[in-house]
Design a protein around this ligand. Structure first.
Ligand code: FMN
Length: 504
């Protein structure tokens, strides 16, 4: 009796499953037929018009290819902007785990452009090593700023970054004794949370310090600079990933909080102008520097991407005409290889000088005008490992900034989605579900360790080169591989110019 009931239910189950299968099959056939008809008759896509239905696999595989290449097929030294070897170095430095390799380097040391350092036959001894000395910016400002750490956090706005990302950077920066640049999105409470030094950036839309018609609101700037953590003000003329174009914050990222901090409408795309409305030449730039420095008392400079450098010559001449105290206190030179939250590929790939050319060109121009000591040079552009940073110091930078290095320290996996609000690691998204993945207490420690380990390893390079501290590195300490497989010292590639006696 029981057996026959069981058999009955088994038959019913099989019949039901078979019927369900037939229904699903019929639906699938119908769907395929409809897609086939739509594909065949649409006019926009030739592949689908010629290969209806199966043509869709092309897009699917293209999408999957991104993941397969990153995880399975690309070699350690292949990907851009940062290859796996570079990313792994940053991850390990940030996790503060052993970063030594065995057997030999996988980096092709014969490739053109590879820099390497000139070790001294007799490296400096431990007792000779000194901590990097503080460098003073803005000696004529009411509140000059002295800062020792040569590796700091580059401009990234709250908006491009999530709140937990900014908080983790702020806390980690304070622990490491490095500064954090606010980027162009205004000052958020998250920037102040950790207690680190802050560089306040004024972008072309003057977010956070704008009048309703987009001009500088002095009172708002004064209120921001009243925070003792705000040490300097940087006027953003441009950035490497999009020279000559303003920032773009997609509407999906403009939450009520971000809108309030920036002074813009909620949920609408926010495009900042290509340049400051009130800065259209060198004289106006100098006027803006003077105005902001006089108003706030803080050292003031600007961030730019170099194309030609004639305008820097012009600026230096103007400084000499007005008097040395009128000079911008620093210039942040951003290489064309710089990153961003969102920019057109055309600008990212085709406009502006890369840092390896623009940094020496800027430093040499300042030397020629006798302003190298007065105007401090800060640089950024793919300086994420210790030897990148050591290269920049050798070339003449006083400070090196990094944006994406610190994003990797926060756990970025280079999924290239900063502009879509879908960042899987919670760093560049305003989606709170995705932000949950970024645990501030853990990631702030990584920021701290990353900064500390980079500076420590730059110290190791410096000591190997026989100098006492990294800022003593110069162009005689680094060589660059040429196209004939023979390296050339930096000092030969980019000789130091003479400072005219009248301006020493
Ligand atoms: C997500 C993101 C947001 C950025 N936002 C700004 C910004 O608001 N202002 C700015 O001057 N630069 C901005 N940048 C550029 C960086 O400050 C930096 O100049 C550039 O990425 C080069 O440094 P890196 O190679 O270490 O990333 C941003 C970069 C990234 C990746």
């Amino acid at each position: 009796m029981q057996t026959s009931a069981f058999a009955h239910w088994l038959v019913v189950l099989v019949e039901t499953l078979a019927a369900l299968f037939m229904v699903l099959l019929a639906v699938a056939v119908m769907v395929v037929l409809v897609v086939w008809l739509v594909d065949r008759n649409q006019t926009a896509n030739s592949v689908l018009r010629n290969f209806p239905v199966i043509g869709h696999f092309r897009y699917w595989f293209l999408h999957l290819g991104e993941f397969f290449r990153q995880y399975l097929y690309s070699s350690d030294r292949e990907e851009m902007p940062f290859n796996r070897a570079q990313r792994t170095w940053v991850y390990r430095a940030a996790k503060n785990v052993d970063n030594t390799n065995a057997f030999g380097s996988s980096r092709d040391l014969r490739a053109e452009g590879v820099p390497f350092f000139v070790n001294a036959p007799f490296p400096s001894l431990g007792e000779q090593h000194v901590k990097p000395k503080p460098v003073t910016l803005g000696p004529y400002a009411r509140e000059p700023y002295s800062h020792a750490a040569f590796f700091n956090i580059s401009a990234m706005s709250f908006g491009a970054l999530s709140a937990p990302a900014v908080r983790a950077l702020s806390i980690g920066a304070a622990k490491a004794g490095i500064w954090m640049d606010t980027g162009e999105g205004g000052l958020a409470p998250y920037h102040l949370e950790g207690g680190c030094d802050i560089i306040f950036e004024i972008g072309t839309a003057k977010y956070g310090v704008r009048t309703p018609d987009g001009k500088l609101d002095d009172q708002k700037l004064l209120a921001i600079c009243a925070h003792p953590q705000v040490k300097m003000v940087s006027i953003k003329l441009g950035q490497g990933a999009k020279p000559g174009m303003g920032g773009l914050l997609p509407g999906v990222k403009v939450t009520p909080e971000i809108a309030a901090i920036r002074g813009i409408p909620v949920g609408e795309d926010s495009q900042s102008p290509n340049r400051h409305l009130d800065i259209g030449n060198v004289t106006e730039l100098m006027n803006a520097v003077r105005h902001i420095r006089d108003l706030t008392g803080k050292p003031t400079g600007f961030k730019a991407v170099m194309g030609g450098l004639d305008w820097i010559d012009e600026l230096c001449e103007e400084v000499h005409r007005r008097g040395i105290e009128s000079a911008p206190d620093f210039i942040i030179v951003d290489g064309s290889e710089g990153g961003t939250g969102a920019a057109p590929q055309t600008l990212m790939e085709g406009v502006g000088l890369p840092l390896r050319e623009s940094l020496p060109a800027l430093v040499n121009t300042l030397i020629r005008h006798g302003l190298r000591d007065r105007i401090k040079v800060i640089c950024s552009g793919k300086c994420i490992t210790a030897y990148d940073v050591a290269w920049a110091l050798s070339m003449g930078a006083d400070f090196v900034n990094s944006a994406r290095g610190f994003m990797l320290a926060l756990g970025c996996i280079q999924s290239l989605q900063c502009n879509r609000n879908t960042c899987p690691t919670g760093i560049t998204t305003q989606n709170t579900k995705l932000q949950r993945g970024l645990v501030v207490t853990d990631k702030s420690e990584r920021v701290y360790h990353y900064a500390k380990n980079v500076m420590q390893e730059v110290g190791i390079i410096a000591h190997s080169c026989g100098v006492e501290e990294p800022r003593q590195l110069d162009r005689t300490h680094c060589r660059v591989m040429g196209d004939d497989g023979v390296s050339v010292p930096l000092v030969k590639l980019f000789p130091y110019p003479q400072t005219p006696a009248s301006r020493v």
